[in-house]
Design a binder for this molecule. Structure first.
Ligand code: NAP
Length: 494
C-alpha cells in the first residue's frame, strides 16, 4: 500500500506508520522472530491487500513468553506501587505524543474510519492514566474479631501471571483495559491479540519498554493459531488468571479450559444492546444518541445498539430522523479525508451483516436506507436502516456488528422492557425518556451490566464496564477493575 493510491490526504504517511511498528513477537522486552520462523499477513480491509507480515507465535514461543513472565514476576510484584504507577503514566504520555500514529495504525489494520480510531486512542490511553492512579490505592482492611479473640487483617496481593486474549474491534482499548490494571496490581501479563489486529498491541508493548517496564512483565504473541497458543498457556499451572474479551462461544470454551485448573477468569463477551425510545423522549436527542450508539466504530462494538425499540407515538418521527442522520455518513477507506464509515474488518464480518439484513427483509422488515452490498474491492457495507421489524424476529437475536439499525415499535412500557430483556445477553442497554420516575424505574428493570440514560455512549475508564447473563463475568475500568487482578488474603492475628 502506498500513501498515493488510498485517497488519503492526511498529513500522516500510512506507510511510515507501518514501517515504525515492530513486527516480531514481543517477548522478554524485545521484538523477536517466531521460533518456527513463520509469519502471517495483516490486511487492509479497504483494498484487501496485505499491509505487512507479522511473526506467527506457536506453542514454543508461548512457553518462552511464560518463562520470561514468571522470571520477572516476583520482582515486579515487589516493585513499589508508585514506581509501577509512574511507568503506566509515562506510557500514557508516550501514547499521547504518538496519538496520530496510533490512530492511523488502528485504522490501517482494522479498516474503520480515522475519527473512530482517534476516539479510541483517547479512550484506550485513559486506562493507562486511570490505573497509574489506582496503583497507589490498593487497600486492605483491619478488624477486631467480633468475639474479641483475635484480629483480622485483609491484604490484596497480585493474582499471579495473567493471560489476556483480546478482540480486533478495539485494538488498543481492549488491551489497555486489561494490561493497565494487571500491571498496576503487580502482575505480569501475556497478551494474545486478535490475528486481524496485532500491530497496535506491538506498538503498545514497545512504548511500555521505552517507559521503563522491565523485560518479561508484558509479552505480546500475535498468532494465526490462537487455540494452540492459548491452550498451551491455559494448561500451564503457572498461569493464574485469564482475561478474555471476545465472542460468547469462545468465552464459553475458555471458561471450560480454565475450569481444569480453577484459574481466575474475567469474561467480556458479546452484547445485543436494546435502545428504547419512549413517547416522552426528546426525539432529536434520541436520534443523536442512537446514531452514536449504532455508528461508533462502524457498528463493530459490543456495546453497539443492536435493536431500536421505539414507542408507537414517536416511531415514525424517530425513524425518519434517524434515516436522515444515517444518510449523511460518508463511506470509504478509513484513512481517507472526510470518511466516517470505513469497511468492516473482513469478508466474514461483511457477509454476516449482509445475511442478517437479507434474513430480516425476508421476515418482513422494510428497507428505509442502504441494505445493498456494494460491488468492488473492500469489505464495505453501507449505513442501513430497517423498520417494521418484529421485536422478537430472528434478526434481533444476535449481534449484527455492522452499520445496520433495526427498528421495532412497542405500545407500552412493560412491552418495551420485556422485548429489551428477551435476550441471553446483558451487556449494555440504552433508553431515552424525559420522565425522571420512568428513568429510575426502567434503569432498574433492564437486565444489563450497564445502562445509558439519555446518552448513547457510556464507555469511560473511570466506570465499571461489563455484563451479566451470557455477556460475561467481571468488570473492567473504574475502581472495580483492579480487583480482577488481586487475590484476597486473610491474615489471622492474635
Ligand atoms: P472472537 O472470535 O471470540 O475472538 C476474540 C479473541 O479470541 C481473538 O483474539 C481470537 O483470536 C481469540 N480466539 C478465537 N478462538 C479462540 C480459541 N479457540 N482459543 C483461544 N482464543 C481464541 O471475537 P471477535 O470476533 O474478535 O470480537 C468480536 C466479539 O467480541 C463480539 O462478540 C463482541 O461483542 C465481543 N466484544 C466484547 C466486548 C466486551 O467488553 N464485552 C468488547 C469488545 C468485543 P483470532 O482472532 O486470532 O482467532
Amino acid at each position: 500500500m502506498s500513501g498515493d493510491d488510498t485517497g488519503n490526504t492526511n498529513l500522516l504517511d500510512p506507510q511510515a506508520v507501518l514501517d515504525a511498528v515492530p513486527t516480531g513477537l514481543w517477548i522478554d522486552g524485545k521484538s523477536v522472530p517466531a521460533a518456527s520462523g513463520k509469519s502471517f499477513e495483516v490486511f487492509d480491509a479497504a483494498t484487501e491487500e496485505a499491509l505487512v507480515s507479522v511473526a506467527d507465535a506457536g506453542v514454543e514461543d508461548a512457553r518462552a513468553a511464560l518463562d520470561a513472565a514468571v522470571a520477572a514476576s516476583d520482582e515486579w510484584a515487589a516493585t513499589a506501587p508508585r514506581e509501577r504507577g509512574e511507568i503506566l503514566r509515562r506510557t500514557f504520555e508516550l501514547l499521547t505524543d504518538r496519538a496520530d500514529d496510533i490512530a492511523m495504525l488502528m485504522t490501517l489494520e482494522l479498516g474503520r474510519a480515522l475519527p473512530d480510531s482517534r476516539a479510541e486512542t483517547t479512550y484506550g490511553n485513559e486506562f493507562l492514566r486511570w490505573f497509574a492512579e489506582e496503583a497507589v490505592r490498593i487497600g486492605g482492611r483491619f478488624n477486631h474479631a467480633p468475639a474479641g479473640n483475635g484480629r483480622i487483617l485483609v491484604a490484596h496481593q497480585p493474582v499471579g501471571p495473567c493471560l489476556a486474549i483480546t478482540p480486533w474491534n478495539f485494538p488498543l482499548a481492549m488491551g489497555t483495559r486489561k494490561i493497565a490494571p494487571a500491571l498496576a496490581a503487580g502482575n505480569v501479563m501475556i497478551v494474545k491479540p486478535a490475528r486481524e489486529t496485532p500491530l497496535t498491541m506491538l506498538a503498545l508493548a514497545e512504548a511500555f519498554a521505552e517507559a521503563g517496564l522491565p523485560p518479561g512483565v508484558l509479552s505480546v504473541l500475535p498468532t494465526s493459531s490462537s487455540g494452540d497458543v492459548s491452550t498451551a498457556l491455559i494448561t500451564d499451572d503457572r498461569i493464574r488468571k485469564i482475561s478474555f474479551t471476545g465472542s460468547t462461544p469462545v468465552g464459553r470454551n475458555l471458561l471450560g479450559q480454565a475450569a481444569d485448573r480453577i484459574q481466575r477468569t474475567s469474561m467480556e463477551l458479546g452484547g445485543n444492546a436494546p435502545f428504547l425510545v419512549f413517547d416522552d423522549a426528546d426525539v432529536d436527542a434520541a436520534v443523536e444518541g442512537a446514531f452514536a450508539a449504532k455508528m461508533r466504530n462502524g457498528g463493530e462494538a459490543c456495546t453497539a445498539a443492536n435493536r431500536f425499540l421505539v414507542q408507537s407515538g414517536v416511531v415514525e418521527e424517530f425513524t425518519a430522523k434517524l434515516v436522515e442522520k444515517m444518510s449523511e455518513v460518508r463511506m470509504g477507506p478509513g484513512y481517507a479525508d472526510g470518511v466516517t464509515l470505513g469497511p468492516l474488518v473482513n469478508a466474514d464480518q461483511r457477509d454476516k451483516v449482509a445475511e442478517a439484513v437479507e434474513q430480516a427483509v425476508a421476515d418482513g422488515a422494510r428497507v428505509r436506507l442502504g441494505g445493498e452490498r456494494p460491488d468492488g474491492r473492500g469489505f464495505f457495507y453501507p449505513a442501513t436502516v430497517l423498520d417494521n421489524v418484529d421485536p422478537y424476529a430472528s434478526v434481533t437475536r444476535e449481534e449484527i456488528f455492522g452499520p445496520v439499525a433495526i427498528i421495532s415499535a412497542f405500545d407500552d412500557e412493560a412491552d418495551g422492557i420485556a422485548a429489551a430483556n428477551s435476550t441471553e445477553y446483558g451487556l449494555a442497554s440504552y433508553f431515552y425518556s424525559r420522565d425522571i420516575e420512568r428513568c429510575m424505574r426502567v434503569a432498574e428493570k433492564l437486565d444489563s451490566g450497564m445502562v445509558g440514560v439519555n446518552r448513547g455512549v457510556i464507555s469511560d475508564a473511570a466506570a465499571p464496564f461489563g455484563g451479566i447473563k451470557q455477556s460475561g463475568i467481571g468488570r473492567e475500568g473504574g475502581s472495580e477493575g483492579i480487583n480482577e487482578y488481586l487475590s484476597v488474603k486473610y491474615i489471622a492475628l492474635t
